[in-house]
Design a protein around this ligand. Structure first.
Ligand code: AMP
Length: 452
């Protein structure tokens, strides 16, 4: 199949050709014609599937034939959970619209608002935004939605994880009712389906990545070791194997800083990215990592979400994620588009509950390795594959609205200070801080989250 058979016109085909794409990815083949037709779309697709071009290209195609955008107006709005993803989507929009008259801009928090207000003055055909800053700009009359034709929620599951649901609902209420809606999400939990009900109208449903599977092209393994040996083990693995571009995941921001500092001290160039870093620092770190100046990028899950680095060869889980599905997201950074990648996890005795939950989720046992110098003294228990299906938990939501100012009990505070809804997503958090350590005991219905 070719891009020209999907209904894209010459200026877009030229831009696609310049990117070197020879044929549409599966999500593009399905989404592009549907969006051009004006249909609503609900797509289950992760980063790495080509989803961005899957919505940006047909949106540009539609906008090319419409009226000119007026001052402060927006014709297509793409909402994303993180600044990094917003910047990447706009970068794509910029490239693909090169031979059209259409404009695109990105707005996100953490940087000055004034330049963004200026950028909105002439109006923008495609605006990519994170929810909080978009609301600020709207309140200041810098962004108006009278001309809005298309709304995209990108990585909707992450947006809900990060607690953006109220902002999203407020934004939806500001938009013209008559519009096209596109919803992209890596997973389709009940919560996403709920959101979708009030959003998409008779949607074309597309699923290109079976949920919770890992790419065949990624070699996965674990090194069993002790907790305090993880840092020297990582240094040895990087040096002995001459790993060049390594994305390392830690659970906490503090852990990311500490590890990055340690790597630097050992002569391995490194930077940490997480929610406490300024936008400038995050952008610089990402650039340095992409161009090879920085050998290791140490990141928390949220900061790394959506990072698009083509052919990223190595992903290391220095800490296993609390939520098993995040393992799939993490290692999805490598082995993209058929390229070969390697995902290595450093696992100590304390991590065994997380390990077993991951193996149960991906339905395979991860091959174990040992480094002769950093063997585990405190052994990691043997894995045994639990083949029982994982039932999504549906904790009942509190019915009564909370009095103003009262905070939801927030046990699952995310590494980046964002609310985590791992429970709501049905992906049970595991780990030593969780009361329910043994996954097998979780057959009975969970008590209401309001009472916990
Ligand atoms: P995405 O899933 O949108 O984050 O895209 C992942 C990567 O795939 C990006 O680096 C894109 O530039 C690349 N890409 C998108 N579409 C294609 C295509 N049809 N052929 C090859 N690479 C593509």
């Amino acid at each position: 199949m070719s891009f020209s058979s999907l209904g894209l016109s010459a200026p877009l085909l030229k831009a696609v050709d310049e990117q070197g794409y020879t044929e549409p990815s599966p999500i593009q083949a399905q989404a592009i014609p549907a969006v051009i037709e004006g249909k609503d779309v609900m797509a289950a697709a992760q980063t790495g599937t080509g989803k961005t071009a899957g919505f940006v290209l047909p949106i540009l195609e539609r906008l090319a034939s419409g009226p000119r955008v007026r001052s402060n107006q927006v014709r297509a709005l793409v909402l994303t959970p993180t600044r990094e993803l917003a910047a990447q989507v706009q970068d794509n929009a910029d490239k693909y619209s090169r031979y059209t008259n259409l404009s695109s801009t990105v707005v996100f928090g953490g940087v000055k608002i004034n330049p963004q207000m200026m950028a909105m003055r002439k109006g923008v055909d495609v605006l990519v935004a994170t929810p909080g800053r978009l609301m600020d700009l709207h309140q200041q009359n810098a962004v108006k939605f009278d001309q809005l034709e298309v709304l995209v929620l990108d990585e909707a599951d992450r947006m809900l994880d990060m607690g953006f649901i109220r902002d999203i609902k407020k934004i939806l209420a500001l938009l013209p009712k008559n519009r096209q809606n596109l919803l992209f999400s890596a997973t389709f939990s009940d919560e996403i389906r709920d959101l979708a009900k009030g959003l998409v109208n008779d949607p074309v449903e597309i699923s290109v990545t079976p949920r919770n599977t890992t790419a065949e092209t990624v070699t996965q393994s674990i090194y069993t070791t002790d907790k305090r040996k993880k840092a020297p083990l990582l240094v040895s693995l990087i040096k002995e194997n001459n790993w060049k571009q390594v994305l390392v995941f830690t659970k906490t921001k503090h852990g990311a800083n500490r590890l990055s500092f340690h790597l630097e001290k050992q002569g391995i160039t490194s930077a940490a990215i997480h929610g406490n870093k300024s936008q400038g620092a995050r952008t610089r770190a990402l650039e340095g990592f992409k161009n090879g100046d920085i050998q290791t990028l140490v990141a928390t899950d949220i900061a790394a979400r959506g990072i698009d680095i083509s052919h990223l060869p190595f992903v290391v889980n220095y800490d296993l994620p609390h939520v098993a599905a995040d393992y799939v997201h993490r290692i999805g950074r490598t082995g993209r588009a058929g390229a070969v990648g390697e995902a290595v996890s450093l696992v100590c005795n304390d991590d065994s509950a997380e390990l077993f939950a991951i193996e149960r989720l991906i339905q395979k046992l991860l091959p174990r390795k040992e480094h002769p110098e950093y063997k585990a003294v405190n052994a990691v228990p043997e894995s045994k594959l639990d083949t029982r299906p994982i039932k999504a938990k549906k904790p009942k939501k509190p019915k009564k609205p909370k009095p103003a100012g009262e905070k939801t009990p927030n046990k699952g505070e995310h590494a980046d200070g964002q609310r985590s809804s791992s429970k709501r997503r049905g992906n049970k958090p595991v780990g030593k801080n969780q009361r329910h350590k043994n996954v097998r005991k979780q057959k009975t219905k969970q008590p209401s989250s309001a009472s916990s």
